[in-house]
Write a protein that binds this ligand. Structure first.
Ligand SMILES: [Zn+2]
Length: 293
């Protein structure tokens, strides 16, 4: 099995660190990039301002870090559309997406909606798959996309674009966290978004993917299958711990990302163990070696 080719390699995407701070993506959507770049957040967190032009209203999706400069940029984007924030939607509970949700919701007098009450807060709303939210002069569809985390949601716009949070990233691939994440659910969620036939993927981090979103989703599915194949091959060759496996399979990835790689590795081993193909210790600190069943 060969490594799948990333279709984005041939696309004219902005280089890392070169994404504009605020950009109109389509009549319904402005993207505001938060100033929190890192190995895990890429260029930073993307906050989306969504609403029909002229409605006077907008929804924030993933407000991101509770940062004064970011808040000022988001408020400027709202002001440029003469819009007030009427709701804050959150894709998942990680702080780089959710930290500002409750404080900004309070500031704007807008309810927070998310997949769990922990994120939505005491006056917020917990969203279910298939809901259609009539907000800011448009309709936003709620799409359950568990995998990266258990509570992950995507939001489908009337234009056909899907706001995918950390389900799909603008560059590279995402992490299936462990023990919260779930590889089987993640693969199902990738197929679910693929089946929507998205016109664009607006990612939680990195550039928006407009050229061929379906090809990126196919690549993500192939990438996960390839990682599984690599883990089984490394186990057959004698690797006996998660640390061995990460050092082998992620040899080309910067070491600063190995802790995240270890999470995806454990999540994939958990799937293989459930399938009866692997046995042994896959949890952090496990004494028992991991091996082929
Ligand atoms: Zn994130």
């Amino acid at each position: 099995m060969d490594a799948p080719a990333d279709p984005r390699a041939g696309w004219a995407l902005p280089a890392p660190g070169r994404m504009p701070r605020t950009v109109d993506l389509e009549p319904l959507v402005v993207r505001v990039l938060a100033p929190n770049p890192s190995g895990m957040t890429l260029d930073g967190t993307n906050t989306y301002v969504v609403g029909a032009p002229g409605s006077g209203q907008a929804v924030l999706v993933d407000p991101g870090p509770d940062d004064a400069a970011h808040l000022a940029a988001v408020e400027a984007a709202l002001a440029s559309r003469d819009a007030r924030c009427v709701a804050v939607l959150v894709t998942h509970h990680h702080g780089d997406h959710a930290e500002a949700a409750l404080p900004w919701g309070e500031r704007f007098g807008a309810p927070v909606a998310a997949g769990t009450a922990a994120v939505a807060g005491p006056r917020g709303r917990v969203l279910d798959h298939g809901e259609r939210l009539a907000l800011a002069g448009t309709t936003i569809g709620v799409v359950a996309t568990p995998g990266h985390t258990g509570d992950h949601l995507a939001f489908r716009l009337e234009s056909g674009a899907v706001l995918v949070g950390d389900h799909v990233l603008g560059r590279g691939t995402s992490v299936v966290t462990h023990p919260e994440g779930d590889v089987v659910a993640y693969l199902e969620s990738l197929r679910r978004v693929h089946d929507l036939g998205p016109s664009a993927l607006y990612c939680g981090h990195g550039p928006e993917l407009t050229e061929d979103p379906g090809a990126v989703l196919d690549y993500y599915l192939a990438h996960r299958a390839y990682r599984e194949h690599q883990l089984l091959t490394a186990l057959a060759a004698g690797a006996a711990s998660v640390e061995d496996l990460v050092a082998t399979v992620y040899a080309e990835v910067p070491r600063s990302l190995w802790p995240a790689a270890a999470q995806s590795t454990r999540a994939t081993l958990a799937k293989l163990r459930a399938e009866g193909r692997v046995q042994g210790g896959i949890e952090p600190g496990a004494a028992e070696p991991v091996r082929l069943a």
